[in-house]
Design a protein. Structure first.
Length: 508
């Protein structure tokens, strides 16, 4: 009481002096002090809190709520508490730029607040957070730095961490995140600002020189809360933009498929961070996340699968597990799909990530192929065109990437996933193989030859395709490497065997 009395008397006498020193922070501190004491159990504290708000409202640069506040000591406490919420909402509408300073002050004193004060002050923050989108657009239109939105987001992150640590107020913090997403008019701006900020924060916390696991886990918790509101579709889209992607425009002119030297293209910190966040979010994924399944699975198999380009199998296994649990078990349309998903997790999943999947002769090990078929079956309910979209994506990676490991795995995935392959696609594959021959990229050449062997007896190869594969095999018989020669010979023999069988069927 003595402290509050001294603050009120000092500001009443020297308000001009105090307002000339860091006005925004001072207003944030005074507003918080007033909000904390307007609902006090002590009548004298309630009156002093209202006086404090009154002193601030009378200054030209102060905060005027625009309505009369009760000051009589005989008014019941619940009236003051209700007035507190009105006061906070009025200030949030008239002075949105104060939001960052107010949230920062709440974070600063959070540890010394009682549970009842935490409950009141977090509810008082609701109207301020509701105006976050408007604040972001306001600052952007006035070409001001985005320091204020970042301050608000950082404050909310700190409050999320503090509530998780203290075990109190978590439901109110989640409500704050819901309020953040409730401004549909500025939803795009809110999603962009929030995702970019928390992605940058997560990367610094998890991949920086001095990792901060508390902040990294807090960012994951924030993304989980944003996933539960209407922002999730835009959040997934922005988050997916951090993943490895190549343009999907495939050249129609074979001359554009020029030979290129092999250049390593490792996964960057932001790409790896996005995969970790998707692994955390996947279990609560819905149809909005299902749209990104082809890109997620392509990144997962290429970077966390058999080649082990990024030696972090734990992340890949976690992401694949949560995807199947969500879309195969939690959202599975039938018992058979749910059972297949559970069997995939317990038995087949390891085959997709097995580093020996491509060491045997052939396009891939039998276990890898069976696991891939099961995965497509389990996930196709939420994404019926998953297989065809993934195949298109894999072929684009095969063309656009300069990394031999990515090219070799992508061409294998393409022929395994493709539902139909016409003559033009076979010509493109041949041109890519010839480019690899000219650059003496022997392993890449072998991957293409094994792909032709796989396709040699498949029914989904278009008209004239099998004869073309035989010609490619005959041409490749001149290769000096014995494994190239054997693969080319198997392709020719497979086409001849298929032709013989077709003739026998026709004769009957």
């Amino acid at each position: 009481m003595n402290f509050l009395h001294s603050v009120v008397r000092s500001l009443t006498k020297e308000i001009d002096f105090w307002m000339s020193h860091d006005q925004k922070d001072l207003c944030g501190k005074i507003t918080l002090i007033s909000l904390l004491h307007q609902g006090s159990y002590l009548p004298e504290a309630r009156v002093l809190a209202v006086e404090l708000a009154g002193v601030l409202s009378k200054h030209p640069d102060g905060l005027n709520p625009g309505f009369h506040m009760p000051v009589a000591t005989h008014i019941h406490r619940h009236m003051f508490v209700r007035s507190t919420f009105y006061y906070s909402e009025a200030l949030a509408l008239s002075h949105p730029r104060l939001c960052g300073a107010l949230v920062g002050e709440v974070v600063r004193v959070f540890q010394i607040l009682s549970p009842s004060n935490i409950r009141i002050i977090l509810q008082c923050l609701l109207p301020w957070i509701r105006g976050f989108g408007k604040l972001t657009v306001l600052l952007r239109d006035h070409l001001e730095p985005e320091e204020a939105p970042d301050t608000v987001l950082r404050g909310l992150l700190d409050l999320t961490i503090l509530c998780e640590k203290n075990g109190f107020g978590h439901y109110l913090v989640e409500r704050l995140w819901h309020e953040l997403a409730s401004d549909y008019e500025h939803a795009t701006e809110i999603a962009r600002t929030a995702v970019v900020f928390f992605m940058d924060t997560y990367i610094r916390a998890s991949k920086g020189e001095t990792p901060d696991t508390t902040v990294a886990e807090g960012c994951k918790e924030v993304f989980t809360m944003l996933q539960r509101v209407e922002l999730r579709e835009m959040m997934y889209k922005i988050l997916a933009s951090y993943l490895r992607q190549y343009p999907l425009d495939i050249p129609g002119n074979l001359r554009e498929l020029r030979a290129r030297s092999s250049v390593s293209e490792p996964l960057g910190p932001s790409e790896h961070a996005a995969m970790e966040l998707f692994a955390h979010l996947a279990y609560e994924g819905d149809e909005a996340m299902a749209v990104h399944l082809p890109l997620l699975l392509q990144n997962l198999i290429v970077f966390y699968g058999p080649p082990h380009l990024l030696r972090d199998e734990a992340c890949g296994r976690e992401l694949l597990t949560q995807i199947v649990r969500s879309f195969g078990i939690r959202r599975g349309p039938s018992t058979s799909i749910q059972n297949a998903a559970m069997e995939f997790i317990s038995m087949d999943m390891g085959h997709l990530l097995d580093c020996n999947a491509f060491l045997d002769t052939g396009i891939a090990s039998g276990d890898f192929v069976r696991a891939l078929v099961t995965l497509i079956t389990v996930l196709s309910y939420d994404h019926p065109t998953l297989q065809s979209e993934w195949a298109t994506l894999a072929f684009a990676w095969c063309i656009k990437s300069t990394d031999s490991a990515i090219v070799m795995l992508s061409i294998r995935l393409f022929v395994l996933l493709a539902e139909s392959i016409d003559l033009s696609r076979l010509r493109q594959m041949t041109q890519l193989m010839l480019n690899a021959i000219s650059m003496e990229q022997d392993e890449r050449v072998l991957a293409f030859l094994e792909s032709f062997v796989w396709l040699a007896d498949k029914d989904y190869v278009g008209e004239g395709g099998h004869a073309f594969i035989a010609l490619v095999g005959i041409m490749a018989l001149s290769q000096a490497r014995i494994d190239h020669f054997h693969a080319a010979g198997r392709a020719v023999l497979a086409v001849l065997k298929r032709s013989k069988q077709s003739n026998e069927v026709a004769a009957k």
